[in-house]
Design a protein around this ligand. Structure first.
Ligand code: TYD
Length: 249
């Protein structure tokens, strides 16, 4: 048998990170992530966020994780499938970060470079909450993947839609009665699992109070919408203040 000739098996050119790490945290755009347990209503509030930004003429994209690009959406389908056997927790973690890497390189970083706002429904806090605290995977290992995939890029702000687990499960159950085909692998998890997720998010929010804005998601949709608008106003004010400081310097 003729051994494969490495010089003839030319792989497609690999894409590498295009900006050095020291610049990645100073991109002109604003990176906002939405987090929370199931049924917290964060996806519903996307329209409030969209309207707020449009009214102020702010250029933005909205996207989600896992997903956001064709490749990452294909990985999402595997991650959420209920017709596949359960996967090893490490596999799940690595697929989350594989999808994230593609998403960052193809969509998020270019948008931030163009100075746009990126509104992302879930990001790495979800990996800490679900795979770390929920599945019990090592937090330092998640931190290693985070560093590898993101360098020093972190969300500028995170809106945490916080809700009591029993209430959120009732909401999710109502939604799922209407939309049975869309119950994913994570929604099928136990109450105990979802309690861990909530505790994890609250702990992370307490550790980084300058990044997290907690929204009480147990309120009515209208009240949550008002809280979201207030949070975005707060972000605009903070960004204006940061900009003023940079201009003076
Ligand atoms: P989705 O239907 O988008 O759920 P939700 O509307 O609650 O955001 O499904 C995404 C699921 O993936 C959600 O249950 C959380 C989970 N997830 C992780 O476990 N780890 C991650 O890193 C991310 C981004 C999501």
């Amino acid at each position: 048998m003729v051994p494969p000739d490495a010089s003839n098996t030319k792989a497609p050119e690999a894409r590498t990170v295009s900006i050095p790490d020291e610049k990645i945290n100073c991109l002109p755009g604003c990176f906002i992530t939405l987090e929370g347990g199931e049924g917290a209503g964060k996806t519903t509030q996307l329209s409030t966020i969209t309207a707020f930004l449009q009214q102020r003429g702010i250029r933005f994209i909205s996207t989600r994780e896992p997903g956001g690009t064709r490749v990452s959406e294909a990985i999402r389908a595997v991650l959420l499938a209920t017709d596949l056997p359960a996967m090893h927790a490490d596999t799940e973690l690595m697929l989350m970060f594989a999808a994230r890497n593609e998403h960052l390189q193809q969509l998020i970083i270019p948008a931030l470079q163009r100075g746009e706002w990126v509104i992302c429904d879930r990001f790495t806090d979800a990996s800490y909450a679900y795979q770390g605290y929920g599945r019990g995977l090592s937090l330092p290992r998640i931190a290693e993947l985070e560093q590898w995939v993101q360098g020093s890029l972190r969300p500028d702000f995170t809106l945490l839609f916080d809700i009591d687990v029993q209430l959120s499960r009732q909401r999710a159950a109502r939604r799922n009665r209407v939309d049975v085909a869309n119950v994913d692998r994570f929604e099928q998890e136990t109450c105990d699992f979802h309690e861990k997720i909530r505790a994890a998010y609250l702990q992370r929010a307490a550790q980084e109070p300058q990044r997290f804005i907690r929204i009480d998601a147990s309120q009515t949709q209208a009240a949550v919408g008002t809280a979201v608008q207030q949070a975005l106003s707060q972000i605009l004010t903070q960004r204006a203040a940061q900009h003023a400081v940079r201009t003076i310097q």
